[in-house]
Design a protein. Structure first.
Length: 229
């Protein structure tokens, strides 16, 4: 029987995880899963519902009741049937996602959903705790990092490309705050799993990062033989 493979990519904001994970999934024929989009969807719902972002109990209930669908091909994100692909990308939702993700109850609901998604096919999943908590047995674990200044620059370019220019200082500040919270929280903080490969993408192109991970996948899977897509 073909074996299902998990490629886990963790790292701070702006390290290039989404672009790399999406391309890698395309090359391998695996499902691409953006776990951060799930925390963003919960953050968005909490903001809209006016829930206090420090209320662990209500946020956990909300997360447990959220129907979140990630469409692999289109990368569309649906929350309770509504397309929230664009709505979850605002700086306000980034912060809300980081805040709601500190609570164990919220994380439990998201992790259960993430594990379910990987039951049917091989996946490339990116986030903060994929190699450390969600799939500690993942075949390939990458910790993707880059200089903070370069990460902020990439986020600026990304937003400018979408016609949403942002203030450089504000972007740097937002990323710093979020990374600090994500790294220091008690529940599943952003850490490099002991068996993860550290990749510093500061002076690498997207293609170079993708190729480096592909080489690793081939090495660890005997050239991809017997892998389920
Ligand atoms: O990857 P992202 O920037 O879209 O994630 C948004 C927030 O969600 C991030 O600041 C922390 C949280 N998150 C998490 O706690 N665990 C994950 N696996 C993915 C994201």
């Amino acid at each position: 029987m073909a074996k299902r493979i998990v490629v886990a990519i963790d790292g701070p904001a702006g390290a290039g995880k989404s672009t790399v994970a999406r391309r890698l999934a395309g090359r391998l024929g695996f499902l691409y899963i953006d776990s951060g989009a799930m925390y963003r969807a919960v953050g968005l719902w909490a903001l809209r519902a006016g829930i206090d972002l420090a209320d662990a109990h209500r946020l956990s209930q909300l997360a447990a009741g959220a129907a979140i669908q990630l469409e692999s091909g289109s990368s569309r994100v649906l929350l309770n049937g509504e397309d929230v692909t664009e709505a979850i990308r605002t700086p306000e939702v980034s912060q809300a996602a980081s805040r709601v993700s500190t609570f164990a109850g919220v994380r439990q609901a998201m992790v259960a959903g993430q594990r379910r998604m990987a039951e049917q096919s091989s996946v490339v999943m990116e986030g903060r705790d994929i190699g450390s908590v969600v799939f500690p047995e993942a075949e390939i674990k990458i910790f993707l990092d880059a200089d903070p200044a370069v990460r902020a620059e990439r986020r600026l370019l990304e937003n400018a490309g979408k016609g949403e220019p942002m203030d450089r200082a504000a972007v740097s500040r937002e990323m710093r705050q979020r990374d600090e919270r994500d790294r220091t929280r008690a529940e599943a903080p952003l850490v490099q799993a002991p068996d993860a490969v550290y990749l510093d993408s500061t002076s690498m192109t997207i293609d170079e990062v993708v190729e480096a991970i592909l080489r690793l996948v081939r090495e660890r899977t005997a050239n991809g033989e017997g892998i389920a897509t």
